[in-house]
Ligand binder design. Structure first.
Ligand SMILES: Cc1cc2nc3c(=O)[nH]c(=O)nc-3n(C[C@H](O)[C@H](O)[C@H](O)COP(=O)(O)OP(=O)(O)OC[C@H]3O[C@@H](n4cnc5c(N)ncnc54)[C@H](O)[C@@H]3O)c2cc1C
Ligand code: SF4
Length: 512
């Protein structure tokens, strides 16, 4: 009976977890679960169609699962905006109070609770992270000090008991990063991840997304859909990763090969970020594979480091430094995002490959994000907020909390070195070593200036040259600056001119 349902639990698309803390300790007979699909929200950015399909389909499946479990769900499909659906819900159910789990994006909890027509709302803690603010804050030595990922990660290892023996790391080291950087060499037999085909619910969502958002990036059809939209299917994909690919995850974590989208990466981030999977359960499953002897320690540690180290570190930085963090532009980068980021139309093989992965799958693995797209954005001096917005719209796993520290901090070093003490800046040499891309490219990775020179090279040296004031006291950059100093004045002048020519060409919308 509607009138008996005094509490409404509002659940958003990135909170579709059965462990959602707002659901805990609630009387099902007195509670309604409210879920709203807002077309206006999805139009705020040109979100990739795959991302929209994933979120709406996850929501619809989650609502069905809750109903099966005895919850009364009031679901508003395909609504113009949140406000009209919310007001309809309040008119119909007349709840006396709301509950919701804290939102992952800064300021949204406050905006949502303010929209509740004066009704009280209990906000419960976010359930999809492992660390507490105290875990992070206790490592700070003062208001302006910074915490390294490595220190935070060690604390998380001890807190969770993962790969530790007492307080000591299993295998004698906390970090096997050095074993995680093999170039692909002749290893080309990366196994494809398990696929989860579309059911009728996902097919209906695909039609809906194609109807409302035809101009958004991406092509989506029932036939080509392969992502999980339920916890059951996401667990099956995770188990398949642990069975067939985890052991090889470590050695080739940084490697790139043309035509290979996932390599040995898990492709689980979209499921974790919508709540289908919990990072701790995945980390424990990975540890079990090491204990069983089915996956090597360097791979298991590498995977656990991403989940309980990097992911938690990024989350904590976001909440410590927002809201001003998003606006940071420490290197005063002002160049506009080139048109080819949207079209993929470039001769630079590595960029074209990364952009193709993103356009086709709303995904590329970490090194393509960091050392190809991110590195190029850093070297070319692209505006941080514009780069951030592009990543956020294009990636299936993109949310404000994870984009801002990764893009503003890790990639663009616009935060003054909070996420990383040294910028991830590299010339073509790195890409050539870690991939087969340069062999297929019209540009020459060995040339810095002149016809056919790889744009990464002049842009790299020009980046160092124009940012000397920011990095001259950074001891981790001394080797790079020593190499720059070895270049003659004429060489440096040529580099500057070549770099300016690339920037001008991009501004004019020309192809690189
Ligand atoms: C420019 C840039 C943008 C990024 N944007 C996002 C994003 O929008 N959403 C997102 O979840 N991750 C983002 N990352 C982090 C990382 O690249 C992705 O989590 C990872 O590539 C997802 O693919 P996977 O599941 O195959 O990861 P795997 O390589 O298999 O790693 C396992 C898991 O570790 C976690 N993880 C690893 N690194 C990070 C990190 N730096 N930050 C947060 N989680 C991490 C993810 O949950 C991931 O699923 C970004 C990184 C960069 C450099
Ligand atoms: S030569 Fe330069 S542009 Fe071409 S693939 Fe290599 S790094 Fe990329």
């Amino acid at each position: 009976m509607i009138e008996q349902r005094t509490t409404t639990i509002w659940i958003t698309g990135d909170q579709c977890s059965h462990a959602n803390s707002a659901l805990l300790d609630c009387d099902q007979d007195k509670t309604t679960v409210l879920m709203i699909e807002s077309i206006a929200r999805a139009r705020q950015r040109p979100y990739h169609k795959h991302k929209l399909v994933l979120i709406y389909s996850v929501m619809r499946h989650f609502a069905a699962e809750l109903t099966e479990l005895g919850w009364h769900v009031d679901y508003y499909a395909e609504r113009q905006d949140f406000e009209s659906a919310l007001s309809e819900h309040i008119d119909r159910y007349r709840p006396t109070n709301f509950r919701m789990m804290h939102q992952s994006e800064y300021g949204v909890t406050e905006r949502m609770t303010a929209a509740l027509e004066g009704l009280p709302c209990t906000v419960t803690p976010h359930c999809q992270f492992i660390s507490s603010a105290a875990d992070f804050e206790s490592l700070h030595k003062g208001e302006y000090s910074r915490v390294t990922m490595e220190n935070f990660y060690r604390k998380m290892r001890v807190k969770t008991g993962l790969l530790v023996d007492g307080r000591e790391p299993v295998g004698g080291a906390w970090n096997f990063d050095k074993e995680n950087r093999n170039p692909p060499g002749s290893v080309h037999n990366f196994e494809a991840p398990l696929k989860s085909p579309a059911d009728d619910t996902t097919a209906a969502v695909i039609d809906m997304v194609n109807k409302h958002f035809p101009e958004h990036v991406g092509v989506v059809s029932r036939e080509s859909w392969h992502l999980a939209v339920t916890r059951r299917d996401a667990l099956a994909e995770a188990a398949d990763f642990f069975d067939r690919r985890l052991d090889q995850f470590g050695p080739y974590q940084d490697a790139m090969l043309s035509g290979q989208v996932s390599m040995n990466h898990s492709m689980l981030s979209a499921y974790i970020n919508t709540g289908l999977l919990h990072p701790l359960e995945l980390a424990r499953d990975a540890e079990q594979r090491y204990l069983d002897g089915t996956a090597r320690l360097s791979s298991v540690e590498g995977f656990i480091r991403q989940l309980i180290g990097w992911r938690e570190f990024i989350w904590r930085i976001y909440w410590r430094l927002m809201p001003e963090y998003r606006k940071r532009n420490g290197l005063k980068a002002t160049n506009r995002l080139p048109a080819f980021f949207w079209s993929g139309d470039t001769d630079m093989f590595c960029l074209r490959e990364a952009l193709t992965h993103v356009r086709e799958h709303a995904y590329s693995h970490h090194i393509l994000r960091l050392m190809v797209l991110g590195n190029f954005s850093l070297l070319a001096g692209l505006q941080p907020e514009e780069v951030n917005d592009w990543f956020w719209a294009m990636y299936i796993d993109g949310y404000d909390w994870v984009m801002v520290p990764n893009v503003i901090g890790m990639v663009l070093h616009a935060d003054g070195g909070y996420v990383g003490t040294k910028p991830y800046a590299a010339s073509a040499n790195y890409i050539n070593k870690m991939s087969d891309y340069c062999k297929k490219c019209v540009y020459n990775p060995k040339l810095t200036t002149g016809k056919g020179a790889c744009p990464f090279n002049a842009l790299y040296w020009d980046f160092l040259d124009r940012n000397q004031d920011s990095f001259k006291t950074n001891h981790r950059m001394q080797m790079s600056y020593a190499n720059l100093r070895r270049k003659s004045d004429i060489e440096v002048q040529k580099i500057r001119e070549q770099a300016r020519a690339y920037i001008k060409a991009m501004a004019a919308g020309d192809r690189l």
